[in-house]
Design a protein around this ligand. Sequence first.
Ligand SMILES: [Zn+2]
Length: 113
Amino acid sequence: MHEISLCLSTLELIEQQVRQHGARRVTAVWLEIGALSCIEEHALRFSFASASRNTVAEGCQLLLSYQPARAWCWDCSVSVFIEKHDAGCPECGGHTLRVESGDSLRLKQLEVE
Ligand SMILES: [Zn+2]
């Protein structure tokens, strides 16, 4: 389960931001899940809840959204959206794609007090 390590690194980022803003506590966190990240929503929520225990983010609201992955197709020289790792280019069906985004978990927004 890689969700727990992703949550830990996200929490590090959150704690940095909280210190920068001199906030006391995080009330809500918005995360963007990349379509190719293989992150399972239920596992992510569970991991986040346990990883954030005794941190500034304990008990905060977790808002998740999905982000389609973007890849560069070498055959048609365009940037395309893909949904899965083994998906071909939606334009030409080719597989010479370089994934540009959407394979990770991204911290989008924080609400603090
Ligand atoms: Zn293509």
